[in-house]
Write a protein that binds this ligand. Structure first.
Ligand code: AFP
Length: 342
């Protein structure tokens, strides 16, 4: 069986009318940038890529988080690849306070790209999985100089979403609204090869992912839901559950796309001003599209993530995503709590 490259897959999708030539070329530019990030990540201690960015005093990004060298390197690779790519009107990044228009000197396209250039930065220096997450939106009609507010479109309007997981192998997982498909980087050929066509998430699961150290800060329905998971077969769920936590959303979501599960980063009281840790535009929305396209579900615990009307580029939301029936169960705990409290 001849291997199918990402390019051939996207040309097939274009022939079926599922993707425009412009969007196909944009996704190939992003994939090439991810290959370059994979090379940088793969150098590890042998390259000047570990540790904090900005020398001894480090540098703090818009999120108020210490930037790693690879955060900055990955961001630069994506910006540079797309500047001359010719398919973008503007892009936005976790690492930049505001969106960035494509310079006038370069050809412009009709799409907006928003990304987390390196998700899971705290895993870099311990050689654990990290990844790139990206989302593609249409540039609003008639907008020639896109600004932050032009990105504020509900996740259901995304035309494509994907991630690249830099793990034991480098995998690109992508959706253009016709299923979720996985590609593995063949380092000898230098191309992504289709290895996971039509990924599907089992509707039920016995595996959950959450950072338990925040347990005392969660709201009551989240505590009740997780307590029932931990009670196992002696508790109301009547079955035992296993737990995993990669501390990089890309790693946890990839496990769920591969074998099912539920990933949870709920609201917590640690910082009441933040309605969760994960960002809507470049973490929750693209992952929600990938998961729904694979038969899963993605909720805040109260509403479908893809329905949320964004209010700011870096806004945060609670996330419950994965096996459809389990996400529905977790959401039921929260809705029943709200009804009782009303
Ligand atoms: P970093 O990029 O700062 O490591 O955060 C990664 C992340 O946004 C997401 O990828 C993980 O699921 C989550 O945060 C891990 O958060 P905790 O470090 O609080 O467990």
């Amino acid at each position: 069986m001849p291997s199918i490259s990402l390019t051939r897959h996207l040309i097939e999708e274009q022939r079926l009318g599922h993707v425009t030539p412009d969007l196909r070329l944009l996704l190939e530019v992003v994939a090439r940038a991810c290959k370059r990030i994979s090379v940088a990540v793969g150098k590890g201690a042998l390259g000047d890529v570990l540790g904090e960015a900005g020398g001894a005093d480090g540098s703090i990004n818009i999120q108020g988080e210490a930037q790693k060298k690879l955060d900055v390197i990955s961001n630069e690779i994506l910006l540079e690849a797309n500047a001359w790519g010719g398919h973008l009107a503007a892009c936005a990044s976790e690492e930049m306070e505001h969106s960035q228009q494509i310079p006038d000197a370069f050809p412009r396209g009709n799409y907006l790209l928003v990304f987390d250039p390196l998700d899971g930065s705290s895993n870099i220096d311990i050689n654990a999985s990290v990844g790139t997450i990206f989302s593609v939106l249409r540039c609003p009609e008639g907008v020639s100089a896109a600004e932050d507010h032009d990105f504020l479109q509900a996740g259901s309007t995304q035309v494509a979403a994907g991630y690249c997981l830099y793990g034991p192998s480098t995998m690109l997982v992508l959706t253009i609204g016709h299923g979720t498909h996985g590609f593995t980087l063949d380092r000898e050929q230098g191309s992504f090869v289709l290895t996971g066509p039509h990924m599907r998430i089992p509707e039920q699961t016995r595996e959950f992912a959450i950072n338990m150290s925040n347990q005392r800060h969660w709201e009551a329905p989240t505590q009740a839901y997780v307590a029932d998971l931990l009670a196992g077969k002696d508790g109301p769920r009547g079955q035992d559950f296993n737990m995993r936590w990669v501390a990089a959303m890309v790693g946890d979501v990839h496990r769920i796309l591969t074998r099912g599960g539920i990933f949870i980063y709920p609201w917590d009281r640690k910082d009441p001003a933040k309605p969760g840790k994960l960002r809507l535009m470049y973490e929750a929305n693209p992952m929600a599209m990938l998961v729904e396209q694979a038969g899963g579900a993605a909720s805040t615990g109260r509403e479908r993530i893809l329905d949320i009307p964004p209010t700011s580029l870096h806004q945060r939301v609670p996330v419950f995503l994965g096996s459809k029936e389990e996400v529905e169960t977790a959401t039921r705990y929260h809705r029943q709590h709200d009804t009782a409290a009303a």
